[in-house]
Design a protein around this ligand. Structure first.
Ligand code: NAD
Length: 454
């Protein structure tokens, strides 16, 4: 399978993909190896992850370079991603032992009652390309720490990164039959769903997540889905610095070229400040330079998947046909690489795909609202529910608004951020279950009740 540089259209490497036979062999090896790995102390497995973290630091520049080559992400953002991964690992190093230790929860006469945790066994991690380090770490790290063997399928758009992750985990001492890479496209992912695994953990789009959940439903094993979003952001009229908020919103929309599950995907602005806000947002978005991702001054690199250019164009055409006005951008940048203009739309409404379906690109629609009630209704008018943001000077008012929004994460005066210490979960079409925080550790274990009579 070809690895293509999306900024140039060139084939930069070829991968040998897995077949039903290689996958079956890898599965058998992982199954045989898992009990020994699962029998280690949590602290021992955490040590391997600590070593992996050091190796990520050592190889930072190489990891970032290959990430840029295969995804088109600007080099500085690739470095930020690897550094973000290194930072996120801190949570697992600090907290895993505390959360996973057996705990005496009750005494009943001469019986002691303990809550303990068993690994699930052999699990699949079917992953996405947009933040391959960050979304991978959410899953394979806690899965390994909990004592599971992991069959890891990186996206076909980030296989160089998948190979680096594998190399570094093995160099850190994690056995080759405990962390097992599987390479290929969706058809190879589908082969994993046919295996008798003990859990399926997926990061990607809603349609694929639904397909996987349906394919494995009969196995009655845990399924975790981290899916897309249509994340709203609301700006109230009381903010004191419109320019600073517009700057933050531009970043929430355009960082990683908008290819983040928690990118800001739609904006609602109070009528009193709408015109000034739009002027500032247009200015800020115009400053996001599109270009060669290897160039240090580039802020928007290439769009990873070429087919996505037409998808975004169609959303914009649909919006224009229904009355939207393009204030900035709106077009594919013609050439060998996959580039799209940062795009700002106004006069939008919820009849338009761009306000309803995930865009996953550097495109934003901004809508005028008259009140918090109207904003809340529009923010909740979605099948998704990953993150929601409110920019508001009054903390109480901002928190009250957030409490009424159906999403797994709420942001007040910030957006597009993730913390290892907090659960990452989606409502509706944004997913099932949670990664990160203690919930993201327990997702990879079976709880066990132990009744010990002395
Ligand atoms: P995708 O659904 O196209 O592919 C994801 C993975 O699934 C890939 O590895 C792919 O090869 C595999 N796959 C495809 N069909 C399959 C099948 N039938 N059976 C098994 N595996 C199959 O998604 P993508 O383009 O890689 O990622 C983008 C999407 O991921 C966006 O919707 C984004 O919002 C979402 N995402 C969500 C989060 C989150 O934390 N919630 C994080 C990152 C990305």
């Amino acid at each position: 399978m070809d690895v293509i540089n999306p900024a140039t259209g060139e084939v930069i490497e070829k991968f040998v993909t897995d077949t039903p036979q290689t996958i079956e062999e890898k599965y058998q090896e992982a199954r045989a190896a898992q009990p020994e790995w699962g029998a280690l102390m949590v602290s021992e497995r955490v040590e391997y992850i600590a070593k992996f973290r050091e190796l990520m630091k050592r190889d930072l520049d190489t990891l970032a370079l290959d990430l840029t080559k295969e995804t088109g992400k600007p080099l500085q953002q690739s470095k930020n991603e690897v550094l973000g991964g290194i930072n996120k690992l801190k949570f697992f190093l600090e907290k895993s032992e505390e959360y996973l230790s057996a705990e005496k929860v009750n005494e009943d006469g001469n019986t002691e009652e303990f809550l303990a945790y068993d690994p699930l066994g052999v699990i699949a991690n079917i992953s996405a390309w947009n933040y391959p380090y960050l979304v991978g770490i959410n899953i394979f790290v806690p899965a390994l720490i909990c004592g599971n063997a992991v069959m890891y399928k990186p996206s076909e758009f980030s296989m160089l990164t998948g190979r680096h992750i594998t190399r570094l985990l093995h160099e850190a001492g994690i056995p080759e039959d405990i962390f097992v890479p599987v390479y290929g496209d969706g058809s190879v992912g589908a082969l994993l769903t046919a295996l008798p695994l003990d859990g399926y953990f997926f990061t990607g789009s809603y349609p694929t997540g639904k397909k996987i959940a349906e394919a494995v439903a009969g196995k009655l094993v845990p399924v975790g889905l981290e899916l897309g979003g249509k994340d709203p952001l609301y700006v109230t009229e009381d903010i004191s610095d419109i320019e600073a908020v517009a700057d933050a919103v531009a970043e929430g929309v355009l960082y990683n070229n908008g290819q983040s599950c928690c990118s800001v995907e739609r904006v609602y602005v109070h009528d009193d400040i709408f015109d000034e806000f739009i002027t500032q947002l247009k200015k800020k978005m115009s400053a996001w330079k599109v270009g060669n991702p290897m160039d240090e001054s580039t802020m928007c690199g290439a769009i990873t998947r070429r087919s996505h250019l037409d998808y975004m164009k169609a959303q914009i055409e649909d919006a224009k046909a229904k009355g939207a006005k393009v204030l900035l951008g709106g077009k594919i940048i013609e050439g060998k690489g996959n580039f799209f203009e940062p795009t700002l739309l106004i006069n939008v409404d919820h009849e338009m795909d761009v306000m309803i379906e995930e865009t996953f690109g550097p495109v934003i629609g901004v809508m005028r609202v008259e009140s918090d009630e109207e904003a809340i209704e529009l923010m909740n008018d979605t099948d998704f529910g990953l993150t929601s943001s409110v920019y508001c000077a009054d903390e109480e008012r901002g928190e009250e608004i957030l409490s009424q929004i159906h999403s797994g994460t709420g942001y007040l005066n910030c957006c597009d951020r993730v913390s290892g210490y907090l659960p990452w979960s989606g409502r509706g079409r944004s997913g099932l279950g949670s990664t990160l925080s203690k919930h993201g550790l327990y997702a990879f274990c079976n709880p066990k009740g132990l009744h010990i009579r002395l």
